[in-house]
Design a binder for this molecule. Structure first.
Ligand SMILES: N[C@@H](CCC(=O)N[C@@H](CS)C(=O)NCC(=O)O)C(=O)O
Length: 214
């Protein structure tokens, strides 16, 4: 099984299934494509029918769109979703919300793991995204998080889906309440995060902050 991804420093959508698979102990190879090169669109299109990374290639099967890849991974490792049906439904809801939304935050706070953490002025629409995510994480930790340090206790798909937001909040110095900071620190201390981050920091390609990746 191979996960087709882009730059670890910048590709937030690639990060999600990579963290989920790694944290669940699912064996996979990876193939990486550099973003913003002349050949990038053709290289991606040759492997992924939507012309985007990530894509998971399992034999003849190509699973694309990060949310579908997370679902596929959870079929291999069911612990990626909470065991409780109501918690699982909520985890899927917030994953869908991330996949479909938070466009202002995604556009104006591009993931860049090498960015020296420093605050920027946030427009009102970005602030509204931040407020919603802070409320969501606080609610998940309160209602479902008792069994561990993550949104639904153990690290799972919901944490993988929001890991690039953890990175953005950290890099762009977004003020958060202590409980949310503790959650972010827990995510940033996982072995999977540390492995991804070390590879991201070793990359050499630089893409301008104004050239929003996603
Ligand atoms: N909705 C897609 C979004 C994937 C996406 O936008 N990926 C970006 C990289 S993070 C991409 O493939 N960009 C292609 C390019 O910039 O050429 C998903 O969830 O997988």
């Amino acid at each position: 099984m191979k996960l087709f991804i882009a730059n670890k420093n910048y590709s937030s959508w690639s990060m999600r299934p990579w963290l989920a698979a790694r944290s669940a102990g699912i064996p996979f190879e990876e193939e990486m494509v550099w973003l913003r090169q002349p050949e990038t669109p053709a290289l991606i299109r040759a492997r992924s029918p939507n012309g985007r990374v990530p894509a998971l290639i399992d034999g003849d099967l190509v699973v694309f769109e990060s949310i579908a890849v997370l679902e596929y991974l959870a079929e291999l490792a069911p612990g990626l979703w909470p065991q409780d049906r109501a918690a699982r439904a909520h985890a899927r809801s917030i994953c869908a919300e991330m996949h479909a939304g938070f466009v202002p935050l995604r556009n104006r706070c591009s993931m860049n793991m090498k960015r020296a953490p420093a605050p920027i002025a946030l427009d009102a629409d970005v602030e509204a995204n931040v407020d919603r995510i802070v409320a969501m994480w606080t609610d998940c930790r309160t209602r479902f998080g008792a069994g561990g340090d993550f949104l639904f206790g153990a690290f799972g798909n919901a944490d993988a889906m929001y890991a690039p937001v953890v990175s953005r909040f950290h890099s762009y110095g977004v003020p958060v309440p202590p409980g949310v900071r503790a959650y972010m620190d827990a995510v940033m201390a996982t072995p999977a995060w540390l492995e991804w981050e070390a590879a991201a920091l070793a990359e050499t390609q630089v893409i301008a902050e104004t050239d929003a990746i996603c």
